[in-house]
Design a protein around this ligand. Structure first.
Ligand SMILES: Cc1cc2nc3c(=O)[nH]c(=O)nc-3n(C[C@H](O)[C@H](O)[C@H](O)COP(=O)(O)O)c2cc1C
Length: 398
């Protein structure tokens, strides 16, 4: 056989060559990292600041502003992200009954929590590392919260220390959230510092004890986050599922140990059952936050909205019950208020605002949410928070 015939017999066909090139490109970490997890959304171009209409408008701008690893850190949920999506689905299972008859300008959204008057029950959930979203981080978020009269819960894992945020000039109400350490002394110091600079409450988060995020485990970030996950994994005892052992020791007794360190109300965050809420009260908690950590704790758990009434009934009005996870609209907040919540916290929505336009973006998100709540209350025929009752909603939970 001649040289040329041999090459035809054993060489790559054009189809094979193209297939090889395609698989090379598909496996390239560079291209992989650029891939968006979702298409760009309903708009064909990026909207400007003045075109923001609802909080979803902020998300694509935020996504375009930050590296994929930062976007994923905000967006991800645990494992299959079933609970992440269920949190949003749940709002579709609650109908608002249109009783009409109230003008939006006559609606008063003000309320009171732990003896503090607030212009609205809409609050900021504690979310970590806000400086990755915008250089101003929590300082900008606090200014936005102050401008809109919003109470901000500051994460234990904030980019700036709580004391610095509290002393930076903005004067809006702050609550401090703590992930307790097993060793009690660091808790005493952190809670003492936070209360000294005026934290109105202490929020103790007890969920997210064992979670991992598949978006991070897969190498979408050119080695960034996955390597960090691997480093965090404690080598001893060996941990085959790469689940952080950091919080696996939590027990109800934790609240007994922390209570004497709090001169302000202490809230438990991450409660999803009536039984859990009762335990919190037995162990000295002054408030409950119904939350599944925005779908970042245990996967295949219920949405927080579905279990809200169970918790409210178990608490029986003894302490305030707040809620978060999946809230994106003022009408979402109204549904929770009708099911018995006293306050509603927003996590990702506020991060989208800060990440999209900094302080002004976060402020605009809060303004939009409050305007939507007012509008939804008017449509449902209620003019005050106290006037919201179970009759304005019908639940169709599966
Ligand atoms: C990026 C991110 C970081 C978070 N960091 C914390 C935290 O440090 N402490 C905490 O108690 N909860 C934290 N959470 C959970 C939020 O407080 C809240 O439960 C959750 O965001 C509510 O769901 P949503 O994002 O759908 O509004 C975080 C949530 C997100 C999205």
């Amino acid at each position: 056989m001649g040289k040329i015939e041999k090459r035809w017999r054993t060489g790559m066909s054009r189809r094979e060559a193209l297939a090889g090139l395609a698989s090379f490109l598909a496996a390239s970490p560079l291209l992989h990292a650029q891939r968006d997890p979702w298409p760009l959304g309903p708009h064909r171009r990026f909207l400007g600041f003045d075109e923001m209409r609802d909080v979803f408008d902020f998300e694509p701008i935020f996504r375009a502003n930050v590296p994929l690893s930062v976007y994923d850190y905000t967006a991800h949920g645990t494992e299959s992200e079933f609970t992440l999506y269920r949190n949003r689905d749940a709002f579709g299972w609650v109908d608002l009954i249109d009783r009409g008859g109230v003008d939006a300008k006559d609606v008063d959204t003000s309320t009171e929590l732990f003896g503090h008057r607030m212009p609205s029950p809409i609050m900021l959930a504690p979310t970590a590392r806000q400086r990755t979203l915008h250089p101003d981080g929590e300082l900008g978020m606090h200014r936005a919260a102050t401008t809109t009269g919003t109470t901000m819960i500051v994460s234990n894992a904030s980019s700036f220390p709580f004391t610095r945020i509290a002393r930076a000039g903005a004067e809006g109400p702050l609550w401090f959230q703590r992930y307790a350490t097993r060793e009690m002394e660091p808790n005493r110091v952190a809670l003492g510092d936070a209360q000294e600079v005026g934290s109105q409450t202490i929020v103790v988060t007890i969920d997210q004890q064992a979670s991992y995020y598949e978006r991070d485990l897969h190498d979408r970030h050119l080695g960034g986050t996955p390597r960090r996950v691997a480093r965090r994994t404690p080598p001893n005892p060996p941990n085959p599922y790469r689940v952080s052992a950091g919080r696996l020791w939590y027990e109800w007794k934790l609240f007994d140990d922390l209570r004497p360190m709090c001169e302000v109300p202490m809230l438990a965050k991450g409660i999803l059952t009536g039984e859990g809420a009762k335990k919190c009260l037995e162990h000295g908690c002054d408030g409950i936050i119904v939350s599944n950590h925005g779908g970042r704790a245990i996967d295949y758990g219920p949405s927080s909205l579905e279990v809200l009434e169970e918790v409210v009934q178990a608490v029986g009005g003894r302490v305030p019950v707040l809620i978060d996870s999946g809230f994106r609209r003022g009408s979402d907040a109204l549904k929770a208020l009708a099911l018995g919540a006293d306050g509603v916290c927003f996590g990702r929505a506020s991060r989208w605002g800060l990440g999209a336009f900094g302080e002004e973006g976060a402020q605009r998100v809060l303004e939009i949410l409050n305007a939507e709540l007012r509008q939804a209350m008017a449509a449902a025929g209620v003019s005050s928070i106290a006037g919201i009752d179970r009759g304005i909603v019908k639940t169709n939970f599966p």
